[in-house]
Design a protein around this ligand. Structure first.
Ligand SMILES: Cc1ncc(COP(=O)(O)O)c(C=O)c1O
Length: 390
């Protein structure tokens, strides 16, 4: 986490991480709670913006739709990538202009398209014929960008297969956009979430650049290249600074695409993850047998209450305890629900203090993205993740 924030009057400036940790230590939480530092998000926005240069940022609201985050980003001039009517309404209610909102979900309800269009949203994603018919009917004349499916196996949280059309299908969809009276405006892709190094964009950018050239050769005057998200958060693996990463991606984009009029990026995780920490509690530490190598540590938060991205142990969170000065040992980490899928890390156990016991507080770092909205409403009677924005 590299953002710094101004401290209280008379106190030295402290980092966002310190501020979050201090706030959590000084507070009493009844349930697992995500604490988000909104000024750190503004800092990340400017860091990414400085690296992205001429690319316009549309924050992927799904990463964390807290009103205050959206309001602060809108006030900074940030645009928004919305996935649903509710996200569009949220952005509009927090001061975003309709022309700064794109409807980026390729699977939209017709009545949501109509709502968005009437609200002034003019930019829509699509990757299939039926979706284009919906857009032609409910958003006549709208600008459409076609999402291209890319090979993106290098991301920690890949977004392959489900979204986008095959490169060889793009031209026919662009033709259909035009024939339906819509505007064939551009292309989009997603390199995969948590793409840890800029170099991992190389192959994906090559694939999309080839499609872009084919579209130009076929006479489509494309205006927009939407490079999606993928900008990583620091989960303790020592990622490059956000601005450096973004600048390197832009260098690679500009080298492959000739004079694209408008470039857009949709960071989610990279904007908000590091600005949040979860306050959690240890509920139980046990061994399954006297000879078991690993302790099982059960927390009051699990896969169904915010930590869904531990699926396949894809995202590896970092933990802070009050016993971090003690010796550590390997643990299987699990959530509190009675579902046996609610195990966070087992294939690669986590190192936690040997003295850890029920009642200990545990702070989970870099949890600002894809946690609060992934938590179930009441699985096993556990309430959804609380959120506090500071
Ligand atoms: C269309 C779209 N854009 C942007 C994002 C944000 O991606 P990331 O959080 O990796 O930046 C997502 C994530 O699912 C997405 O679906």
């Amino acid at each position: 986490m590299n953002a710094t924030v101004t401290g209280f009057v008379g106190l030295p400036v402290i980092s966002s991480a310190e501020r979050l940790e201090q706030f959590i230590r000084m507070s009493d939480f009844d349930h697992p709670t995500l604490v988000v530092d909104s000024s750190a998000i503004v800092g990340q926005y400017h860091a990414l913006k400085s690296g992205l240069g001429r690319a316009k940022i549309h924050y992927a609201v799904k990463a964390n739709p807290e009103r205050e985050i959206v309001r602060k980003l809108a006030a900074e001039g940030c645009g928004f990538d919305a996935a649903s009517r509710a996200e569009i309404e949220l952005c509009l209610s927090q001061g975003a202009a309709p022309e700064d909102i794109s409807f980026g979900n390729t699977i939209k309800r017709p009545r949501d398209i109509a709502f968005a269009y009437q609200a002034g949203i003019a930019l829509f994603a699509a990757d299939a014929e039926e979706e284009l018919h919906k857009l032609a009917e409910h958003a006549p004349g709208a600008k459409v960008y076609i999402r291209v499916v890319v090979e993106n196996t290098e991301a920690d949280w890949p977004l392959s297969r489900k979204f986008g059309c095959a490169p060889e299908k793009v031209l026919s969809l662009l033709g259909m956009v035009r024939d339906l009276g819509l505007v064939p405006h551009g292309l989009s892709f997603h390199v995969g979430s948590q793409t840890r190094e800029p170099v991992m964009w190389t192959g994906v950018l090559d694939q999309v650049a080839a499609v872009w050239r084919d579209a130009q050769a076929a006479g489509f005057d494309l205006q927009l290249l939407n490079i999606g998200g993928g900008f990583p958060a620091d989960y303790g693996q020592g990622e490059v600074p956000h601005s450096t990463y973004a600048a390197e991606v832009m260098r690679m984009v500009e080298a492959r695409f000739d004079n694209v009029p408008v470039i857009m990026a949709e960071p989610g995780r990279g904007l908000v993850a590091e600005a949040g920490m979860i306050a959690a509690e240890v509920l139980l530490v046990s061994k399954k047998s006297d000879t078991d190598t690993y302790r099982w540590v059960y927390l009051d938060i699990g896969k169904f209450s915010g930590l869904a991205e531990t699926m396949d142990e894809a995202i590896r969170y970092q933990f802070i305890t009050d016993r971090d000065h003690e010796m550590t040992g390997p643990c299987v980490l699990a959530g509190p629900s009675c579902d046996s899928a609610d195990v966070l890390y087992e294939k690669r156990p986590v190192q936690l203090p040997v003295g850890l016991c029920a009642g200990d507080r545990l702070i989970i770092r870099a949890c600002g993205a894809y946690t609060s909205t992934y938590s179930s409403v009441g699985f096993n009677g556990f309430p959804p993740l609380d959120v506090v924005v500071i």
